[in-house]
Design a protein around this ligand. Structure first.
Ligand SMILES: O=C(O)CCC(=O)C(=O)O
Ligand SMILES: [Fe+2]
Length: 303
């Protein structure tokens, strides 16, 4: 049900690869991607540095809290987020978000453009270098995947390139503590907000998908392969030709770690239904407005 695609095929037969990708994106909205260029050494190093961060004292982590800035960077403590919506139980997980790495004197930061802020960093050797290397590797791979999306949609291969020059990409380190009794939820049922998500897990079970009209089913673990899925922004952009699919994480038996990379377009990109996709079902919206709308719904209103 969730196909396994081979990235090497994109070089040799980009049209054939794009057709496979397109079939997955029109179906379950999920596929596994193996033989990609993000090295096992970089993946391991990112998991290791994330472990070191999550083991810090909560007081140290809360100095980097996501609530202290308005550009979606930093630490999300346990119980802070409800991916399934405000009336659901809180997710049993913690997370750390890193965005495009901008200097404090970057003109976009100084101008206060939406989501254009500086990253926040823990005082840990190697954390920044490792996570930024992982961020860059995922940015390269995900924007290359957008070329395959373009080919599948009968657009020029470079169609999306201008929309991902300085995108609202987010690298999110995730940590789900072991659950004694399986009660509650690790991450509530949701669809992702952006264009593409590249997810790496440590193999601990828990992630499930629910393709439209079907039951929840486990996502298989293929060591080293990315779990790739499309988000609501790309569903909207394709006028619902591609499907973003609900998924959730059950409370894991053992602690579980994952690393999600969310690719959203540039903040000023106008997401309007693509040529050749029929009568538009959606009004155009900028990348920044769309992401803000979705993030605002994810965090509990202040008490
Ligand atoms: O941790 C996982 O396996 C999935 C996380 C997820 O779906 C998300 O953060 O959007
Ligand atoms: Fe997700």
């Amino acid at each position: 049900m969730i196909p396994v695609l081979d990235w090497q095929r994109f070089e040799a037969d980009s049209v054939g690869f794009a057709a496979e990708l397109g079939a997955a994106c029109r179906g379950s909205g999920f596929f596994l991607l193996q033989n990609h260029p993000v090295t096992p050494a970089l993946i391991d190093a990112t998991f290791d540095t994330a472990d070191t961060f999550f083991a810090l004292d909560p007081a140290e982590k809360s100095a980097l809290s996501i609530g202290l800035n308005d550009h979606n960077r930093g630490w999300v403590g346990q119980g802070h987020e409800k991916l399934a919506g405000a009336h659901s139980p809180a997710d049993q997980k913690e997370a750390f978000n890193i965005g495009l790495d901008l200097a404090p004197d970057d003109a976009r930061v100084l101008a206060g453009e939406p989501f254009r802020g500086v990253n926040v960093w823990p005082d840990l050797d190697g954390f920044k270098d490792t996570t930024l290397a992982y961020f860059d590797a995922c940015l390269d791979l995900s924007t290359a995947l957008m070329q395959a999306v373009a080919l599948d949609l009968q657009l020029l291969r470079a169609h999306f390139a201008p929309h991902f020059t300085a995108p609202l990409a987010t690298l999110r380190l995730l940590h789900y503590p072991a659950s004694q009794n399986g009660a509650g939820i690790g991450a509530g049922a949701h669809t992702d907000y952006g264009a593409l998500t590249l997810l790496m897990t440590d193999g601990e079970a828990g992630l499930q998908v629910q393709p439209r009209g079907q039951d929840w089913t486990d996502v298989p673990h293929v060591p080293g392969a990315f779990i790739v899925n499309i988000g609501d922004c790309l569903m909207r952009w394709t006028n619902d030709i591609y499907i973003s699919t609900p998924h959730r994480v059950l409370p894991p038996r053992n602690q579980r770690r994952s690393i999600a990379f969310f690719l959203d377009p540039n903040p000023d990109t106008l997401v309007e239904t693509l040529p050749g996709t029929g009568t538009p079902r959606y009004a155009p919206i900028t990348g920044a407005d769309y992401l803000r709308m979705r993030l605002d719904a994810t965090y509990e209103p202040a008490q």
